[in-house]
Design a protein around this ligand. Sequence first.
Ligand SMILES: [Zn+2]
Length: 395
Amino acid sequence: MFDSKVHLIRSDEFKEEDFSQVVNLLKQFNGPIEFISAETKYLQSAPPVLSWMTKLEFEKKNPPQFSANREQISPTYSMFESTPKKSIVFPVEVPSLSWDTFFAACIDYRMKHQIPEKDLVILLTDFSNDKNWFAGIDSTMKNYFIQTSNWHHFLGNSIDSRFPIAYEIVVWLLRSQMFQNRQEIMDCVHKGSTGCMMDFCENKKDIVLKMRTADICNDCLKVIQNREVDRPFARQVLDSMDGIRQHMMFRERSEFLNSPSKMEIRGFMKHIFLKDLGDLEIHLNPKEKTIYLFFLNHPEGVRIVDLIDHKTEISHFYETFTNSFETAQIAQAINLLLDPTEGNINQVLSRIRAKFRSAVGSRLANFYTIEGNPGDPFKIHLNRELVTIEKISHH
Ligand SMILES: [Zn+2]
């Protein structure tokens, strides 16, 4: 029976929002694996850099040399720049740490929080590593790291990096139950590219095939059977791999077919989720959410100059979402928002646009954003049959 907990640790440089999206995606699949999210600041913030001269080298799983005592990260390229995603320009310097440093961070976390030995600890970090692998496991088979950066280089900009990160997490969990030690893993990996989750992908670009098929070959299924991997555990991993693949494909297909995902508005605070895109949450601040939900309620559209006529409805939303308890402060914020000469509303609309674009890409974003020509009614074009608003019972 699988009864260990899986601790997902966000290293400081991995964006908090992306981290919570990965955890949220993984929690959608039912089974015995319980994910616990945690944080660490143990890794140094500006590690030494590895230099890759060419794209070809960068895409291989073998290490270049650490540059001698370089303290500064090349200012021409920041690997943390996620939007807009720029192509990597070679030669490139990438901040990197050794595998041992990552595992030491996992062990520090274990000691500090008295984590039971049987639990698994997975460090998620933007830093690259001395072997240039996507992920790695230590000799105890209990500590892992997964690189969270640079996925767009291998998978293209249309794929949300939540998917490969979540995929790597579940695949390494499966390996931890299939094999006793690292040598066994290396003995079983497929050198060629077969589309199985055990493909080694020495050429890192081959990961695309593995992710698209999200498959396990018969040989690997036999290992799962012979090693008596816990069935509910295996089912959760396989469901996750399959679900991740479907969500990933949904986005590609929906861009192609120009059809958007269902939207769900949940809870008292009206959290916005795009259901078919792996339950992707769109984080809006109080003003943005106020305006967004107002327009969602008005499929017929409303002219910007007429927003003032809906002040009661808009204020009601804002009072729910704002952190402020000061009536005067709230009134001031609403007046500023509804005064078309102030330009505040336009800022809010364009921030909403930017958030949807970065979440779903510019093609699909147009379904969700609030659009209109100056002087005409503004509206959200999303078919309201795709929108579910959870009913909240008031006590
Ligand atoms: Zn296989």
